[in-house]
Design a protein around this ligand. Sequence first.
Ligand code: 13P
Length: 255
Amino acid sequence: MRRLFIAGNWKMNMKLDSAKALAEGLKAEAAGVGEVDIAVCPPFVYIPAVAEILAGSNIGYGAQNVYFEKAGAFTGEIETAMLTDFNCKYVILGHSERRHIMGESSELVNKKVHAALAAGLTPIVCVGELLSEREAGVTSQVNRRQFDGSFSGVSAEDMKKCVIAYEPVWAIGTGKVATPEQAQEVHADLRALMTERYGKEVADVVRIQYGGSVKANNAQELLSKPDIDGALVGGASLKVDAFMGIINACRSIQK
Ligand code: 13P
């Protein structure tokens, strides 16, 4: 059985006041939700304020990125111990905006995955194809290559602690959501790959979130698919009502 996991990626979309208001609002509205796991990932600088608000609540929180090295001369970077200092539980790694805008390779993502696991953080590792790759018929190859590169050297025990997020790049922030069938096809392919690499016992417990224009009105249909175990939400996680709409639409779904 896999518990559904709905996470909000706030990206670079707020200031301190709105981050705090969003955390306060979610804390109040989600207080009675016990059926699904919920988390939010604010920008680094707002983690302390959000942590203070969400401490002791049923909403976990984490970061949108982390560096793989320990303390040292790495100007502008944040290490895992800085996140655990604020009791972060999650860290998003290999988001397509980092892969494609910042030029992160799967090799770099892999180093970050190892660092996160060593620090006791749960990595949410993103994979996803570009529109041109989908149109060229290489969707499976791209996602499999990103999976293999990102999880290289990760043990079966550690794999169980990870979350995967399938985020087709063409569906992010575009309003162009993958159909439930398109998403399910990739999720099933990733689970099949995980079975090949780690065996069925591991593949059965690892949650694969879908991300890309998830809204309250499409979440239930997507998450009802057998291999879609949650959502990584951008735009619709920035308003309490919109994010709660997604959570409430999925509360009764069992995996
Ligand atoms: P949107 O929900 O805004 O499409 O963003 C998805 C995403 O990138 C989450 O990480």
